[in-house]
Ligand binder design. Structure first.
Ligand SMILES: [Fe+2]
Ligand SMILES: [Fe+2]
Length: 257
């Protein structure tokens, strides 16, 4: 069984005024690109992680066409909430609305064949910046803010601490409930560390949980001419950035077991 990831599809079937076209030519017709690549690589038994920024919808009803689009694609899907997923309701209501074969993770553990998967949204890491890695072409309505405003720093630190607590509990659950799984996988929406893999409190939690892979998204419009590769492997964990524009809208193969 294979594990893939494709994050941040930012779908808008239920909110046609929110298409992604304005973010650059690569986004024009991006749902069709995703569907083509997905059908070419993912089988019915495979698992695809979609860790956040799934839909522009503001409520569950509006998100339904986007969920049904993903639901029709091959394989089982594991969803996580991103910062743009305003439609993500209470977890019980959300799970009841998901098409068959779709799972939502919110700090708990999903077991699918050899894979144990857990995670939380997380937040911007204090002291970690991707500013120099992003191609800041002026576009209407950005998806990623450059840096928090000075006045927002205290609020950002408070949010980060809350999210780190949630990640800690999720990683404890992954270590406990996933101990007999062949492959433990951590998912977050925000990157848990910088592109240079310098250790953070979040990466320490992921490593302690015995995760073999960590998959995340959130970053967009990254430059292709970076001097050093972004992310990679450290302390036994392979860190995968799976934002769909970074991976050319084709599910990224993470593992096979
Ligand atoms: Fe995003
Ligand atoms: Fe995001």
């Amino acid at each position: 069984m294979r594990l893939f990831a494709l994050s941040d599809p930012h779908l808008s079937f239920g909110t046609p005024n929110k298409t992604m076209d304005r973010f650059g030519p690569q986004w024009v017709g991006h749902a069709d690109k995703i569907e083509r690549a997905w059908r070419a690589s993912v089988g019915a038994d495979d698992v695809v992680l979609v860790p956040g920024d799934i839909s522009w919808a503001m409520n569950l009803e509006q998100a339904r066409p986007d969920l049904e689009f993903l639901g029709r694609l091959p394989g089982r899907k594991v969803l996580l909430k991103g910062n743009h997923d305003y439609w993500w309701s209470t977890i019980g209501k959300l799970r009841a609305a998901l098409p068959p074969g779709m799972h939502a993770v919110q700090g708990d553990v999903v077991r699918l064949g050899p894979f144990a998967i857990s995670g939380t949204r997380l937040w911007d890491q204090p002291g970690v910046s991707f500013h120099d890695a992003i191609d800041w072409q002026p576009r209407e309505g950005g998806m990623v803010s450059a840096e928090p405003e000075a006045g927002d720093l205290a609020e950002a630190a408070r949010l980060f601490e809350r999210e780190l607590g949630r990640l800690e509990r999720a990683m404890e659950a992954l270590a406990r409930e996933g101990r007999d799984a062949a492959v433990r996988v951590a998912i977050t929406h925000y990157p848990p560390c910088g592109g240079d893999l310098a250790p953070t409190r979040a990466s320490a939690l992921i490593e302690q949980a015995g995760a073999r892979h960590c998959v995340f998204g959130h970053l967009h419009s990254l430059r292709r001419d970076l001097a050093r590769p972004l992310f990679g492997e450290r302390a036994g964990v392979r860190y995968h950035l799976a934002s769909c524009d970074w991976i050319d809208f084709a599910p990224l193969r993470i593992a096979e077991a």
